[in-house]
Design a protein around this ligand. Structure first.
Ligand code: NAD
Length: 255
């Protein structure tokens, strides 16, 4: 592992689990100081301990808490260079538009989209003061392709993350702030494993579309985030950064 992120301070939301946790581990291995933010205190604290960072309890939909999160990174480590705005949810109540109620729609928009607005807003304030930085906002492959197994609010929220990230990147490009939207493909998480065990046919329906023939691993997503966070990506901004095993480019897939 290189020291690409030595001297950098990173905030990760949703650091307690999945892609956020894998990225906290990867950032720390590359030398960054990591602030682990999560609404789950037990998981968030464990993540911070694992990577030798700090934990901040935060609900990413709460403006005051988000503001305090980024301030605490600066107060603790003297600056802010990387924001990985990654926390997100995909609850079962968010389904086809025919059955998804307004409450479920709004909750997903709050956690997946409004949170990225808030986190970007306060990260940018500190990055402008510090002369630049890298923001990575987690969208999804469903921001660029439609699914008949719909999660309507989730998909709309990720499309919003994509468009917002692009616009922020363009607005702040000359202030040394890069903003990229990360689009992971389906990742091998406990949730997916459960689906595989319970309903192999439903899982196979998803798997068949991926040229590589497998789901991604959280560590593979983390590797891409570390690249975007680092100076190796110094000319990379405003991208729709696909890390999806080729799913978004495939018509037919190998047998
Ligand atoms: P995960 O459920 O494993 O982890 C999400 C973390 O976010 C959890 O620790 C949770 O406690 C935290 N969180 C939830 N609501 C929060 C809130 N209001 N405030 C603060 N923290 C909160 O999820 P994951 O699979 O690692 O997904 C991470 C991101 O990647 C999400 O934005 C998700 O939409 C996106 N994504 C995931 C996949 C996939 O296949 N797993 C694919 C594409 C995109």
């Amino acid at each position: 592992m290189t020291d690409r992120l030595a001297g950098k301070v990173a905030v990760i939301t949703g650091a307690g689990s999945g892609i956020g946790l894998a990225t906290a581990v990867r950032f720390a291995a590359e030398g960054a100081k990591v602030v682990c933010a999560d609404i789950d205190a037990v998981a968030g604290k464990a993540a911070a301990e694992q990577v030798g960072g700090t934990f901040v309890l935060v609900d990413v939909t709460d403006e005051e808490q988000v503001k305090a999160l980024f301030q605490s990174a600066v107060d603790t480590y003297g600056g802010l260079h990387i924001a990985f705005n990654n926390a997100g949810i995909s609850p079962p109540e968010d389904d086809s538009i025919l059955t998804t109620g307004l409450e479920a729609w709004r909750r997903v928009q709050e956690v997946n989209l409004t949170s990225v607005y808030l986190c970007s807003k306060y990260a940018i304030e500190h990055m402008r003061a510090g002369g630049g930085g890298s923001i990575i906002n987690t969208a999804s492959f469903v921001a660029v392709m439609g699914s008949a197994t719909s999660q309507i609010s989730y998909t709309a929220s990720k499309g919003g993350v994509l468009a917002m990230s692009r616009e922020l990147a363009v607005e702040f490009a000359r202030e040394g702030i890069r903003v990229n939207a990360l689009c992971p493909g389906p990742v091998n998480t406990p949730l997916l494993q459960e689906l595989f065990a319970k309903d192999p046919e439903r899982a196979a329906r998803r798997l068949v579309h991926i040229p590589m023939g497998r789901f991604g691993e959280a560590s593979e997503i983390a590797a891409a985030v570390a690249f975007l966070a680092s100076d190796d990506a110094s000319f990379v901004t405003a991208t729709t950064f696909m890390v999806d095993g080729g799913i978004s480019s495939a018509y037919t897939t190998p047998l």
